[in-house]
Design a binder for this molecule. Structure first.
Ligand SMILES: *[C@@H]1O[C@H](CO)[C@@H](O)[C@H](O)[C@H]1NC(C)=O
Length: 308
């Protein structure tokens, strides 16, 4: 059995030709290096499981006692936290710090991921860069200040300052999202004054990945028009209902706008089925399309989408 298997699953996901470029799977036997890459697009992990769910994978030179338990699967997020939004990502699995889900069994890491369209910015320490969505809004996919490999931002730097490749400032994503989410442009700085120094003595860099989105709000019984020109529509989120009392409220009695807890759980799927992959698309904001989620309330349709 090979130590590293790379199975390229059905490369084109037909239902979402816009955002997902390809879907990949990577198996890595415990203590080895897991490498995820996207030839086109950015990594977005769908699932990472640490454990053993069959007896054949990673069984080379292992006694049967270590490979017979096939009922061991711990879902982990550490790989997504570190790799999402990057074009390539190498992790020494021993350093992930996951708890042992089945002592005595030889385990492997099984990660399934998509390559999605998006922007990636890499800023070396003490640099600045501006995320720019033109007339659209910034939606951050992931961010890290630290160092995940020794190559990035290393030109002319002594090697002892780039050797620590397991350096992650824990609050980078929330900090960058708080600064940039929803804005059209946003300048970010790779610096210890913004992110607490996660590894003193190591030269660091900031990676930020993002997509550009637009939001349209359509009052009940009107029709939403999504338009991506030469690009294709990808639906990010959607709701038909009411979550505040001000939107689409003019001329309405209080009884029709006081419910702020009205949601259509499958709105996203319905709109995606109708619009995704098209260059333009119309969605009526009506009970006929969505079924009435809150009878008696005057509703509106909110759609966040991206042109990819
Ligand atoms: C890896 O995970 C995927 C998705 O959960 C699953 O379909 C596949 O069988 C797993 N592969 C192995 C070798 O465990």
């Amino acid at each position: 059995m090979m130590l590293f298997l790379k199975l390229s699953l059905l490369t084109l996901i037909i239902s979402a030709p816009g955002l997902i470029v390809s879907r990949e799977n990577m198996i890595t036997c415990y203590s080895h290096v897991q490498r995820l890459t996207c030839e086109t697009g950015l990594i977005k992990v769908k699932s990472s499981v640490y454990g053993r769910t069959n007896s054949i994978t990673c069984n080379t030179n292992r006694p049967s006692s270590e490979v017979t338990n096939t009922n061991c699967a711990l879902r982990i997020t550490t790989i997504a936290d570190r790799c999402n939004g990057l074009k390539e990502c190498e992790l020494k699995t021993e350093l992930l710090g996951n708890p042992d889900p089945c002592y005595g069994t030889y385990k492997y890491y099984n990660t399934t991921y998509d390559c999605i369209n998006g922007h990636l910015v890499v800023i070396c320490e003490q640099g600045y860069s501006t995320l720019d969505c033109g007339s659209d809004s910034i939606e951050i996919i992931n961010a890290n200040y630290g160092r995940g490999n020794s190559r990035t931002c290393s030109n002319g730097i002594p090697s002892f300052q780039t050797q620590n490749t397991n350096c992650y400032a824990p609050n980078t994503l929330s900090t960058v999202a708080a600064m940039c989410k929803g804005k059209k442009t946003c300048t970010v700085e790779a610096s210890n004054t913004i992110f607490n120094d996660p590894c003193f003595g190591t030269v660091k860099y900031l990676t930020v990945s993002y997509i550009c989105t637009r939001e349209i709000v359509t009052c009940e019984s009107s029709t939403a028009t999504l338009n991506c020109g030469a690009h294709r529509i990808k639906i990010i989120s959607a709701n038909y209902g009411r979550t505040d009392s001000t939107t689409c409220s003019s001329g309405r009695p209080a009884s029709q706008i006081s419910n702020k807890n009205c949601y259509t759980p499958d709105a996203l799927n319905k709109i995606a089925a109708r619009c995704e992959g098209q260059s333009s698309c119309e969605v009526p904001a009506t009970n006929v399309v969505f079924s009435d989620p809150c009878y008696g309330t005057y509703k509106y349709l909110t759609i966040v989408y991206s042109c990819v």
